[in-house]
Design a protein around this ligand. Structure first.
Ligand code: HAM
Length: 417
């Protein structure tokens, strides 16, 4: 049997690329206009980086990472998300040195050993942004507006921005106590993970894939915010309203990663199954310090490329077609036209041809299949008269072009179009 791709991993085929490229270039243009610069960080890092940043008791770290020992006996992990690596690079290269808000974007594959289903893969792509060095709620607003604008530019509608605050170190303690008191009575009926996490990290219990629907009446962080977190949240809400960015406060929004503080959010598809979050993010004011850097706050988001592409209207996004098909009929004609093929390609004109010198009928079929704008026909008759026939495949008009300066001739005619 032939070897197949690994379960949960998808090939992105040439016919998928126009949509992917449209998404990537739309994001790049928009991010650059907001002052973000691209960064490319490795797809594997020391396991410890993810354990410390995402949180040792999260599902991602406990159950989903692709971790292996390399030949030097070091524990390595294929990145399950982008933020940890970007923050590691930010610290390692002392990007904080010029005291500006550092704005970075990235794209690339991420790896999580989850149960594969539609919209959930074991290798998937994210495009994300991270802004490091700003505590002001206007930075949060910037990030949320950027997310909103990106999906608007992509023409994707029917999404809801859900917003929550997860507080900070000051107010988390009181909430944690209230949550533990609430969970205590339920404990015997909860799964093993929840019982363990109740002790180590009770907030994680709310994110349990088995028991999540049992906590509809749990206390919520929004009711426990300290003054600073409350003011921050109110300013973010006010700013979004002022800018006409629609959102819904969802006090039960929990994220699957531990690094979040204050503003957290998800962009959710309204009519979709289980995999309904297309983008998500939030503030992570303690993360830089957690992984060994100075006390610098951050905020960002990442979108799932496969999920975003599945929502795009891709009908108008077609792979590029050749401008010219050269139908050389016979070996002599092939030899004669080869220099033109290469010269035109060198000018950036997409040219296809057939090296077999096959019959006119079969070559015209090929030209149609390629969707070429023009076909140049060179057969015995044309060789004798030193002229070729240039056929406009749309209008079916044909003109004779001299073979002597065929390259110049074609360049001019193709550029006139
Ligand atoms: P996340 O919510 O884990 O956040 O992932 C962000 C997005 O990646 C999800 O909303 C979803 O669209 C996509 N995604 C996640 N897992 C899969 C999967 N198995 N298959 C397909 N798509 C998936 C983060 O990763 C954070 N680093 C986001 C962030 C950036 N927070 C601050 N800055």
């Amino acid at each position: 049997m032939s070897i197949q791709a690994i379960k949960g991993v998808k090939d992105v085929l040439p016919e998928d690329m126009p949509a992917w490229q449209h998404l990537e270039s739309t994001a790049r243009k928009l991010f650059e206009s907001y002052g973000f610069s691209e960064v490319r960080v490795p797809i594997f890092e020391y396991t410890e980086l993810f354990a410390r940043s995402i949180g040792a008791s999260t599902d991602i770290v406990e159950k989903e990472m692709y971790t292996f020992e390399d030949r030097d006996g070091r524990k390595i992990t294929l990145r399950p998300e982008g933020t940890a690596g970007v923050v590691r690079a930010f610290i390692e290269h002392k990007m904080y040195a010029d005291s500006q808000l550092v704005k970075l974007f990235y794209q690339g594959p991420m790896f999580r050993h989850e149960r594969p289903q539609k919209g959930r893969y074991r290798q998937f792509y994210q495009i994300g942004v991270e802004a490091l060095g700003g505590t002001h709620p206007h930075v949060d607003i910037d990030i949320l507006v950027l997310l909103h604008r990106l999906f608007a530019r992509l023409g994707i509608t029917g999404l809801t921005l859900q917003l929550n605050s997860l507080g900070d170190a000051e107010c988390r303690g009181a909430y944690r106590d209230a949550l533990k008191a609430y969970l205590k009575g339920k404990l015997p009926s909860l799964c093993g993970d929840c019982q363990r996490r109740y002790e180590t990290n009770p907030l994680r219990v709310l994110d349990c894939k088995v028991d999540a629907d049992k906590f509809g009446d749990s206390p919520v962080m929004l009711d426990y915010l300290c003054r600073g977190c409350k003011d921050h949240f109110t300013t973010v809400e006010g700013g979004l309203k002022k800018l006409g960015i629609p959102f819904q406060v969802n006090p039960r929004l929990v994220r699957g990663l531990d690094y979040y503080t204050r503003t957290t959010f998800e962009l959710v598809m309204e009519h979709a199954g289980a995999q309904n979050t297309v983008a998500a993010g939030g503030r992570y004011d303690g993360l830089v310090q957690e992984i060994g850097g100075p006390a610098i706050p951050g905020i960002g988001f990442a979108l799932g490329v496969e999920r975003a592409v599945s929502l795009m209207d891709t009908a108008k996004l077609k792979p590029p077609r050749p401008s010219l098909y050269i139908a050389a009929l016979g070996a002599e004609a092939v030899a004669l036209t080869m220099p033109a093929v290469h010269a035109l390609r060198n000018e950036g004109i997409r040219v296809e041809t057939d090296y077999s010198g096959a019959s006119l009928k079969s070559q015209m079929k090929k030209a149609d299949k390629y969707g070429a704008a023009f076909t140049l026909i060179v057969g015995d008759q044309e060789m004798q008269s030193r002229t070729a026939v240039l056929r406009d495949m749309g209008t079916k008009d044909q003109v004779a072009v001299s073979l002597e300066n065929i390259i110049e001739e074609l360049k001019t005619r193709l550029s006139e179009r």
